[in-house]
Write a protein that binds this ligand. Structure first.
Ligand code: UT7
Length: 331
């Protein structure tokens, strides 16, 4: 039997605390105008001391299952895109699995930096299409504020915390409203362009045990525009579509200038591009599921619409996906 993977529900959770550009002026030598003009970011949300990637992810997951009317025990698999797990192990996915009562589910994290959620969603699609899972909860959850160097103005203004979740369900009936194509790519030769150290770092290496984000912003900017454009066109082609068929672009939210350059490259109208980078900054793996949820709740996606998602981040690792919106997606 052939199975199709459909998005059945979306959800998101942002921590309460908001950090403005003006707040950042008090921390580092920066200013609101520079941040807005160079990145489009106005505010970002910051996790409370008691919160973590798993607690943010749990909230997003609970909201998603609530709107879908699905019990935790119906879930076969919990996948989490994160590069800021609570610890080296257990996985954030296991913590979320427990919190939502997914007693029949397997659980693991996918670390592809910002591309974690799209990688997890692609993996979930495989589990559904080959018939080994019926319902998969896919979460992107991050606390970038924990690995930002708050004295480095070139990075600390960019990132924020948050989580988004998506419930993927199997349907054997028809392919209407299913995930149509995905492409994942990586160039580890550019690992030094964007990285953070960690407990497993070799002792004689520029990586440190201190997990702080280090980025060559200009190099990543160039790669972002080029690779997300190429991956998007490949995903559209693999779906048997053309750019004119795409109803909404939900890109990684790292920088408004990157998003505008991507739309220009694709010859795609900004009217059909979803953007919320001004509110949340770059939440890595969480940007796309949060944006997808907001687009869904704002009524910007109708059943049958084709949605293109694309992302790039540390690795470098990037990807794109085309999904046709299902006729029963809850929000
Ligand atoms: O999610 C992973 C993917 N990440 C990305 O996609 C990020 C990609 N990169 C970017 O978004 C941009 O490169 C940045 C926003 C990081 C930087 O913007 P830029 O236009 O590339 O600026 P720049 O690095 O070329 O720096 C321009 C100037 C420099 O000063 P000088 O050398 O011209 O005197 C910087 O020192 O801006 C300075 N600068 C700042 N000034 C005020 C850098 N950061 C700041 C700051 N406030 N926060």
């Amino acid at each position: 039997m052939t199975f199709f993977a459909k998005i059945a529900a979306t959800g998101a959770y942002l921590p309460e605390k908001v950090l403005t550009n003006f707040d950042l002026e008090q921390l580092v030598d920066t200013n609101d105008m520079w941040i807005r003009e160079r990145t489009g970011i106005h505010t970002r949300h910051i996790a409370a001391p008691s919160e973590s990637s798993s607690s943010l992810g749990i909230q997003a997951a609970i909201r998603t299952l609530d709107v879908a009317g699905v019990d935790g025990e119906e879930i076969d698999l919990v996948l989490v895109g994160t590069c800021t797990p609570d610890g080296m192990f257990p996985s954030v996915a296991s913590r979320i699995q427990n919190a939502v009562g997914a007693v029949n589910a397997g659980a693991f994290d996918v670390n592809a930096a910002c591309t974690g959620y799209l990688s997890a969603l692609s993996t979930a699609t495989q589990f559904i299409e080959n018939g080994s899972a019926k319902k998969v909860l896919v979460v992107g959850a991050e606390t970038l504020s924990r690995i930002v160097d708050w004295s480095d103005r070139t990075t600390c203004v960019l990132f924020g915390d948050g989580a988004g979740a998506t419930l993927l369900e199997a349907s054997s009936k028809k392919d209407f409203g299913s995930i149509r194509s995905y492409v994942l790519r990586s160039d580890g030769g550019q690992a030094d362009a964007l990285f953070a150290g960690g407990p497993g770092a070799p002792t004689e290496h520029p990586l440190t045990k201190e997990a702080h984000i280090m980025m060559d912003g200009r190099a990543v900017f160039r790669a972002a525009v080029e690779e997300m454009s190429k991956a998007s066109l490949t995903a559209i082609h693999n779906a048997g579509l053309s750019i004119d068929d795409i109803d909404l672009l939900v890109p990684h939210q790292a920088n408004e200038r990157i998003i505008r350059a991507l739309a220009r490259n694709l010859n795609f109208s900004m009217d059909k591009v979803f953007m919320n980078v001004e509110k949340y900054g770059n939440t890595s793996s969480a940007t796309i599921p949060i944006a997808l949820h907001e687009a869904n709740t704002e009524g910007l996606i109708k059943p049958g619409d084709y949605v293109l998602m694309t992302v790039i981040g540390g690795g470098l690792a990037w990807g794109a996906m085309v999904v046709q919106w299902s006729d029963y997606c809850a929000s």
